[in-house]
Design a protein. Structure first.
Length: 250
């Protein structure tokens, strides 16, 4: 299914709801385009560009509602867009698609303290409000660690780079893809542009609610030894016979 990446540039003003044209709707003869064979490379590139533009628009328009990511599911019957946010009351009202074009869902983030995007936006608004950098960063750092994170790292960079760390953090290997949640935001202050980066290391959760279900590969679990069966007690006559047999064997 070909997904058009350019239609997101047609937007309404921030005060009005975002009304998208017919989805995926770039060309009037979309049915003929879908029926036509396109290369896999073009399809994946178009899907990636569409996702990047959709994520950029939602990041700008739903920042105050705690936007925390989006997921696009394309099926032969319909297209589903799942928007994750900390406050889902105004998400569906702010974005409107034409009827029978896509299915729009809003999913609430269970623990916003473990969401890097939500914490980066929180830190951004604190800095825009005039709060001191150290006080804002340490407040966000403490809230993340109290929410159950295994480690956290905040970076604020302009002329002078500042880094705030707490807990345990990994930075290499395949577990980074599962355990590390990161986000980058830009603070447009009066003094200039301040870049902030938030990295959160989740803890292992066998249930998969607060973290990944796969344990770290460097964790060694020592199991208790199995209970050994003790030999049965022998009567004195058997002990004498066993002792005589042992003497003959010598």
């Amino acid at each position: 299914m070909f997904v058009g990446p350019v239609f997101l540039s047609i937007l309404a003003t921030p005060l009005n709801p975002i009304i998208f044209p017919s989805f995926p709707g770039l060309h009037p003869n979309l049915e003929n385009m879908a029926a036509a064979q396109i290369s896999k490379k073009r399809k994946f590139v178009a899907d990636g560009v569409f996702f990047a533009e959709l994520n950029e628009v939602l990041t700008r328009e739903l920042a105050e509602d705690g936007y925390s990511g989006v997921e696009v599911r394309v099926t032969p019957m319909r297209t589903e867009i799942i928007i994750r946010a900390t406050r889902t009351q105004n998400v569906l009202e702010a974005i409107q698609f034409p009827e029978n074009s896509v299915e729009l869902y809003a999913e609430k983030v269970n623990n916003r303290g473990l969401c890097a995007i939500a914490q980066a936006e929180s830190l951004r608004y604190k800095l825009l409000g005039g709060l001191a950098v150290r006080r804002a960063c340490y407040g966000v750092l403490r809230f993340i660690m109290e929410s159950g994170a295994k480690g956290c790292e905040l970076r604020a960079q302009r002329a002078k780079s500042m880094k705030f760390k707490d807990g345990y953090m990994i930075s290499s290997g395949h577990p980074v893809n599962e355990y590390i949640d990161s986000a980058v935001r830009h603070v447009l202050s009066g003094q200039g542009v301040l870049g902030i980066k938030v990295k959160i290391m989740l803890d292992w959760d066998p249930k998969g609610k607060q973290g990944p279900t796969t344990p770290l590969p460097d964790i060694v679990i020592i199991h208790l030894p199995k209970r050994m069966k003790l030999p049965k007690l022998m009567c004195p006559s058997q002990l004498i016979l066993r002792f005589r047999w042992w003497l003959k064997a010598r």
